[in-house]
Design a protein around this ligand. Sequence first.
Ligand SMILES: [Zn+2]
Length: 494
Amino acid sequence: MPNLTKVESVLSSFAILMRQSIMLLTALLTSLGAATGGLAQSAVDDAGAGSPGPAVLYTGARLLTAAGPESDVEFEIENAAMLVEDGRIAALGPVGGISVPAGTTTVSLAGKTIMPAMIDAHAHLGYEGYTSWGAGNYSRKNLADHLDHYSYYGFSAVFSAGSDPHQLALSIQQDQQQGSLGGARFLFAAGMAPPGQGPNDRFLEQALAIEARTGMTVLTGLADTEQAVAAAEAVAGEGIPFIKIWVDDRGGSQEKLAPGIYRPLLGAARRLGLRVFVHQQYASDMPDLLEAGVNGFLHGRLGADLDRRLADRIAAAGAFVVPNLGLGELRFEPVADDPFLQETLPPAVVARLRDAFSQRRVTPPGPGQELQLRESMGHLLAAGVEILLGTDAGAVPDHFFGYTGHRELEIFVRLGMSPRQAIIAATRSPAQRLGLDDLGTLEVGKQADFIVLDANPLDDIRNTRSISLVFQGGRSLDRQALAEHWRAAGPAAP
Ligand SMILES: [Zn+2]
C-alpha cells in the first residue's frame, strides 16, 4: 500500500530541494541528453550525491514492477512514468496518469525497460579473490568489493549463507545502514552444523581458518538439543535473523545434522522469529525438514527424486526452493569468453580462466539429465512452489558474483519457467523471503533500486544483461568507473 504520509512529507521538502539542486540538475540533464546510449553516469552520481536526492520523473519506459496480484499496481506498464524522490518511489503509473510536482526534472527513458534490481538469495561473500580463493582474502574491503560486483550487475541485495564471521558481518551491515558503505545490501545467516562441520571440506577448512584468525564465530556446532536451543537464542540475541543449517554428510567425510537436533533448533527459531534455511544433500531429506518447519531449501536437488508428490509437499508447507543449478553447470562452459563477465575482470584473470577451462576434462550432462531437470522444474512450477534466484557464488573459486545470477535466470527459463516467473524469482520472491520489505518490486514507498535495460527481458530473459543503468536508493551507479577499476587490476599473482 502507498505510504501517503511518507510521500507527503517528501513532497513538502521538494521546493527547498529544487532550489538547492538547480545546478546539479542542469548537469544531470545535459549529460542525459548528450548520450542516450551510454549515459554520463558520473554526472548522474553528482546529481544524486548527498541526501536526500532531488526529485526525478523517469518517463516513457516499459516498467516491469514485479508487483504481486495483491498489489494495486500492474506487473507491466507500457509507456510508464515513475517519480523518484528522496531515494524512494513516490509515484508510478502510465505517462500522464500520475500527478507530478511543478518543476520536477523529467528524464526520458523511451525504448528502455525498467525492472527492480535483483536479489541473490544464496551466495558466500568474502573468500573469492579473483586470483585466489580462501580465508586469506576475507576482509571488510574484499567483502565491500563483492557487494560492488553485485551492484554492478544490477543486484540490490545478496544473502551470504552461513560462512561469515558474525561480528564483522554485523559491522558491515551497520556501515551500510549508516550510509558509509555502499554496494548491494548485505544479508547473512549464522551457519550451524555438527561441531567442526558444515560447508564442503575445502570450504570448511577456510571457514575455520577465519575463526582462528579473527576469533569471531563463523560456524556454530550443535552436539545436542540443549546446544541447538541455546544457539538459536544466541543468534537472536546478536540480532541475526537467519540461520543456515547443513544437513549433509559430504559423502561420508562429515557427520549429518540429525533430526533430533534440527527439530528443536527449528522449534526454538520459530519461537524467536528466526528464519531457517537449509543446505540438504538429497531430495529425500526434504520431507522431514519440511515437517520440522524449515523456511526454505538453498539447493533444489532437482532431478528424479524431486517429483510432483514432493513438490506438492513443499508447496503445502509454504517453503521456498533455490534450484541452484549454475554452480554445477557453468563449469562446462567457457564463461571466460563471455564479454558480460569480461567487463568486470582483469585480462590476466580472463586468461587464467581460459587456461583452466582448456585443461579441464569436461563431459557435459547428457539429454537424460536435462529431461529430469525439466520435469522436476515442471513439478515445482505446477505445484506452485516459490522459487528463488540463488547462485552459491563464492562458495567455490571462479563462480563469480552477479554474473552468475543472470546465468541462473537463463537456466530457469531453459528448464521451463516463463521470463516473467524468472523475474519474480529474482526480485519479489527473494525480497519477501528475506524480509526486505522495501525492495523487490517497484511500488510507491519502496526504495528506488532498479535497473534500466536496453531490451525487454520478457521477450528474452538474456536481456537482463542489457544493463544501461543501475539505480540504488535513487542514485545512478557509476558502472563504468567500477568496470575500469576491476579491469585495471594488476596481473594475477603467481
Ligand atoms: Zn552455499
